[in-house]
Design a protein. Structure first.
Lengths: 166, 452
């Protein structure tokens, strides 16, 4: 059974305390972020049910939110998710070519994960980095002014991090 | 000549992100002035006098919005800062929060005092995942120095600020969808009335303002509403942050007083620095992806032949037929090699992806427009498709609960209005259109001005 650590449970209490008494449902989005980080980068039904029980909500209240927002992953993803923006301003600066390059380099299509489970390629809509295009989100941060060379370096960096942490 | 900077003046001072440097540079003076020498209504009055208009895109007068806030006895009131910046082309709030977090916190404290909000929330888009740490650090520093918490400056005013992270949904920039999301629900906009000023978050009176709007309250209180109103021109008072992107030499965030011409903004080295590789200007979306795209000739001059200025009035001169909008300040430039059909397709896809699905004209229409545009872009279009697109966008506009429907319709309408020949060329040349672009055509030719 999945469960937050005591430290994370304290964090949940902290989040709930930001909202008025009885309005703990407001904590749902932040707590789902926390659950996704803790439980392997995606939200299983078990994880969502657990969040529902923590916040005293019906499971459906959690499902309907988790399915609405694009940042919650409802199936497993690779350890590193390349979320490449493809909206107008990024397209004008060559995001199509960057997406093609990643596809070819990692030999996967959009929405797919490499067989070693390391990389997932996802296309996303405008992330607010239009002046620094083309760009992708990688975990918590943006990688901007992408070129094929920079993509190569990012892939290498991810591989090195994995080797160092295994 | 540099334009007056009220928000970003100190952005490059080393260490300005931290409290000590920010305070040393004159930070938090507006809190002292407001809390110690003014009543909440006087603060609102100064904001009214300043002529400040909402910087999120709609341009509604901020002071008026504040004065609509209901104040029933014993019911809490809330200020919510809209940091869900998601309009394609727009990244100014991100810059402000990343580099001048204390400016936003200062503006929030003064505004919370004016509105009587004891718990103020910053709703930030989920993808700006590293910025909550910066804001929470600034909040903690402000609190440690007595600017937040209980009995601030001994005035009896209590205030806390919390950061609430969204999770990826453009629609949550719409204020009632944002409120739903803050309540832990799907971001489905509410039917208005009741307006948030009467019934907002947790059914309490609520004001939702954009990041830049709330930061602008700081110079307004420091210098007075009247002084602020004298900067700029007409109803475009104060300064505006513009985020410039696309095919320009110097993309980035610029603060302007709203008196410079569009031409100067694009071509002067102080701002965008012109277009790379000696290419010519084809078109521009001057206020974020939702506002009408304009061909170069109508962008630089109005249909009357006057120089177009970077402000609310001038950018909208000519209405939707021959003008555009200031919008959120997301300034997207297209050079002569760009394809308007492809650009419109990416925007149609964006709105289809972001439609909440509540209203059928928007839910169905955005998907339908994307499919047709895809056909045209990939050489499978029919000549009847162009009229069909026009018809669909007309049936979305004005027929939805929130403005996302309009925002999805306008870019398609404007692209067809001004670039119909390019769409027709795609349909008539399905093979050639896969290998090359239509190019500049006559979009940059001087306009023929018919004397009135």
């Amino acid at each position: 059974m999945i469960k937050f650590s005591d430290e994370k449970l304290k964090k949940v209490d902290e989040i709930v305390a930001r909202y008025p008494q009885g309005k703990q449902k407001s904590a749902l989005l932040p707590v789902l972020h926390l659950a996704q980080e803790e439980f392997g980068g995606w939200l299983s039904t078990e994880a969502m049910d657990y969040v529902a029980s923590l916040l005293k909500l019906e499971p459906i209240e959690v499902y309907e939110v988790a399915t609405f927002y694009s940042m919650y992953n409802l199936k497993p993803v690779g350890r590193y998710m390349f979320e490449v923006c493809q909206t107008g301003p990024c397209m004008l600066r060559g995001s199509d070519q960057i997406i093609d390059y990643i596809k070819q380099k990692l030999n996967i299509g959009i929405g797919e994960t490499t067989p070693d489970g390391l990389f997932t390629l996802k296309t996303v809509e405008c992330l607010g980095a239009c002046g620094y295009a083309p760009m992708m989100q990688l975990g918590k941060h943006f990688r901007e002014h992408l070129t094929p060379e920079k993509v190569d370096a990012i892939i290498e960096e991810c591989r090195r991090n994995t080797a160092a942490n295994n | 000549m540099g334009s007056r900077k009220l928000l970003l003046e100190k952005a490059h001072v080393p260490g300005i992100r931290g409290y000590d440097v920010y305070r040393r540079e004159g930070g938090y003076r507006s809190v002292e002035k407001a809390l110690k020498t003014m009543s909440p209504d006087q603060v609102t009055e100064e904001v009214k006098k300043s002529g400040l208009r909402g910087r999120g895109g709609a341009g509604f007068p901020t002071g008026m919005k504040w004065s609509f806030l209901a104040k029933p006895e014993g019911v809490p009131r809330y200020l919510v800062c809209n940091a869900d910046e998601s309009e394609p082309g727009t990244f100014k709030d991100r810059y402000l929060m990343e580099f001048l977090p204390h400016l936003l916190i200062e503006g929030l404290i003064v505004s919370s005092f004016a509105l009587g909000s004891k718990s103020t929330y910053i709703y930030i888009r989920g993808e700006y995942a590293w910025i909550p740490d910066i804001l929470e650090q600034a909040i903690a520093e402000a609190k440690n120095n007595g600017w937040l918490g209980k009995n601030i400056l001994g005035t009896g005013f209590d205030c806390e600020i919390y950061v609430h992270r969204g999770a990826g949904a453009y629609i949550c920039g719409e204020e009632t969808a944002l409120i739903e999301s803050l309540e832990g629900k799907r971001g489905n906009p509410r039917i208005k009335p009741p307006f948030p000023a009467v019934k907002g978050v947790w059914d309490c009176p609520t004001v939702v303002n954009n990041v830049e709007t709330l930061a602008a309250v700081v110079p307004i209180i420091n210098e007075g509403g009247e002084a602020y109103s004298k900067i700029g021109v007409g109803k475009s008072t104060g300064t505006k942050l513009l985020s410039a992107c696309g095919n320009i030499n110097k993309p980035g965030v610029y603060e302007i007083d709203m008196t410079i011409s569009v031409e100067e903004f694009i071509f002067s080295d102080e701002y965008c620095g012109g277009i790379p590789n000696g290419k010519r200007l084809k078109a521009c979306i001057p206020g974020g992806s939702s506002v009408p795209i304009l061909p170069a000739n109508l962008l630089l001059k109005t249909a009357k032949g006057e120089t177009r200025i970077m402000n609310y009035e001038s950018l909208s001169d000519g209405g939707f037929a021959k003008g555009s909008m200031m919008g959120s300040g997301g300034f997207i430039v297209l050079d002569e090699d760009q394809c308007v059909v492809r650009n419109t397709l990416t925007l149609a896809r964006f709105y289809r992806h972001e439609s909440c699905g509540q209203c059928s004209p928007c839910r169905e229409g955005t998907g339908w427009m994307e499919k047709i545009l895809k056909n045209i872009e990939y050489g499978k279009g029919k000549s009847s498709d162009i009229d069909l697109l026009w018809d669909i966008q007309r049936k979305i506009e004005g027929n939805t609960i929130c403005p996302l429907g309009d925002a999805a319709a306008w870019p398609v309408a404007a692209a067809i209005r001004h670039f119909r020949d390019e769409f027709e060329w795609h349909v008539a040349n399905p093979i050639a259109s896969q290998n090359r672009n239509f190019g500049l055509a006559h979009y940059a030719d001087p306009l023929e001005v018919v004397p009135a």
